[in-house]
Design a protein around this ligand. Sequence first.
Ligand SMILES: C[S@@+](CC[C@H](N)C(=O)[O-])C[C@H]1O[C@@H](n2cnc3c(N)ncnc32)[C@H](O)[C@@H]1O
Length: 305
Amino acid sequence: MLWPNWGPGSERERWETAVTMRSLFSDQSRYMESFRLFLENSTEHQCMLEFIERKLSGVLSSIGNEKSTINVLSVGGGSGEIDLQILGKLKANHPGVAICNDVIEPNAEQVLSYKERVAKTSNLENIKFTWHTETSSEFESRMNTRNEIKKWDFIHMVQVLYYVSDVPATIRFFNSLLEPGAKLLIILVSGTSDWDRLWKKYGARLPCELCSYFSSANIEEILDGSGLKYHSYELPSEIEITDCFTEGNKKGELLLDFLTETCNFNETAPLDLKNEIVEDLKLYSDKRDGRYFFNNNLGAIVIES
Ligand SMILES: C[S@@+](CC[C@H](N)C(=O)[O-])C[C@H]1O[C@@H](n2cnc3c(N)ncnc32)[C@H](O)[C@@H]1O
């Protein structure tokens, strides 16, 4: 009997992927652990803070003028670290004005961390928080069912559009919730990042059924066809992934899970796929003093109402 030649990306590999690999989202605690490690090992939040300070501040000063309350909507607010920075900047730009901040976040663990962060942060007076523990599409359905018409002065979706099922429809929906003169901010990995290279090459062989491999370049393509006006910004960033190349290193394994959005990638990926990805991660990385840095550049897009 002739035995099939199971090459990379072959039927054998797809079968193994289906039975063994599962999305990182299937284990929320492991997702949180690897996301926290990613934040520690990357300049992800630093580059966002710099963007908020240098560019977003001007955008925030232009919204909600002459209003007694400014309404903000955070989609996928996570544990609120970036949200509170945005709110701080908004408050500084509009002293004494009340702010209502709605947060859509489906992960109950993240909502709890967000609430704890708010409880221990000073200078949040004048800001009212409302959390909605649901996905953006559940929020949309709830608004539609109740026929609620509420509009916001600033809506942001920071590193979240990968996880919605229909990206163009989600942008259209949240854009329709903007007040006149309001802005919608989207941040995703940039088309110049190593993420984009990794996803283009391996996305079809990874099990992330809950995520789409979108970069800010893909969002620009959607917007160019929609007639919406927008400005784009490139946010340089990197992740140190040196630990991924030491066999048995627990941090390296968690980072590999985050990079591939796969739960226990090291133990469950077919050997061919594992070897190829690890080799490519080395190849893509910038090497400095024996350490490996993966390009994590982000793209920020500000859409006008
Ligand atoms: C990568 S984290 C980003 C968190 C935060 N915005 C930040 O930049 O630190 C993505 C967040 O989106 C949330 N999320 C996942 N799917 C979502 C959906 N369909 N609608 C809204 N939020 C979602 C996750 O629970 C997670 O907290």
